[in-house]
Write a protein that binds this ligand. Structure first.
Ligand code: NAD
Length: 261
């Protein structure tokens, strides 16, 4: 059987990508990695000032279109305005990365309705609502693809963050369902599950634990860098990943698979 180049693609895609949580950590590293490959980017973040300044830095450094958009993703009534700003700044939108996140640290004892709502409405609900909003853009642009940033906590049991773990586990199964819905249109959707990546989210935990607490378990013996996750996301959004959908790509330096004590 031969493959159809117009379907599988082999060249670089040049459509724009919306990156939630784009002002910091993994989202920012992803926006930079995509811009470096020539893809216009929209950095959506609750921290509007940082989204705007990082987008300006990206446009300056890589010479591509980049826009920073202030939006609280837990409030869907704000999406329409953010989409208007994005569509007027980027010619075409052919990608979405949902990296915005918060983490609960209070275990079962700290769970309240507000903690539950914040976790689910930051990690899980925006992914499906944004895909629904962006579907016409994706359908109009061959090669469109989506990446949800899940976590190894979707699989590992950690007493500290039950809401976070539920949201990330939900993301894995929701992505498989959406892959079925989107597949006939040629739109791919996957998850990337990072392990411990040194970002502003993880830093306080690293500081609070004895030195080497995480590293001891990880087969590569070190924490990850946001760029190492960003490159995996960029791959999944590219034509190089044309036959990959409904998958979880674990980027954890060998953590889930470790039996080290
Ligand atoms: N760092 C890790 O070790 C690690 C591991 C596994 C998964 N992750 C996931 O990676 C993603 C990125 O995390 P990170 O480590 O880069 O953290 P980070 O704190 O550096 O970045 C998260 C970004 O999300 C933004 N954000 C939070 N709530 C928002 C909201 N309601 N609306 C819009 N923006 C919002 C923050 O302002 C911030 O810029 C998260 O989904 C996180 O769960 C991180």
């Amino acid at each position: 059987m031969t493959t159809n180049e117009s379907v599988v693609g082999s060249g670089a895609l040049s459509t724009g990508v919306v990156i939630t949580g784009g002002a910091s950590g993994i989202g920012l590293a992803t926006a930079r990695a995509l811009a470096q490959a020539g893809r216009p980017v929209a950095l959506w973040d609750i921290n509007q000032a940082k989204a705007v300044s990082e987008a300006a830095r990206i446009a300056d450094e890589f010479g591509c279109a980049a826009v920073g958009v202030g939006v609280d993703l837990s409030d869907p009534s704000l999406y329409a305005a953010a989409l208007r700003t994005t569509r007027s700044a980027l010619t075409d939108i052919g990608g979405l990365v949902h990296a915005a996140g918060v983490v609960d640290t209070g275990s079962l004892d700290g769970v309240t309705v507000d903690v539950w709502d914040l976790g689910i409405n930051t990690h899980l609900r925006p992914l499906i609502l944004l895909i629904k909003e962006l579907l016409p853009d994706f359908e109009a642009n061959p090669g469109s693809a989506i990446v949800g940033i899940a976590s190894i906590n979707a699989t590992l049991g950690n007493a500290v963050n039950p809401v976070y773990s539920a949201a990330k586990g939900g993301m894995l199964s929701m992505v498989r369902s959406l892959a079925d819905r989107l597949g006939p249109a040629g739109i791919r959707i996957n998850c990337v599950s990072p392990g411990q990546i040194l970002t502003p989210m993880l830093q306080p935990t690293v500081d609070a634990l004895p030195a080497g607490a995480f590293e001891r378990r990880i087969l590569l013996g070190r924490l990850g860098h946001p760029d190492e996750v960003a490159r995996a996301v960029r791959f999944l959004l590219s034509a190089e990943a044309s036959y990959i959908t409904a998958a979880e790509l674990v980027v954890d330096g060998g953590n889930i698979s470790s039996q080290r004590m």
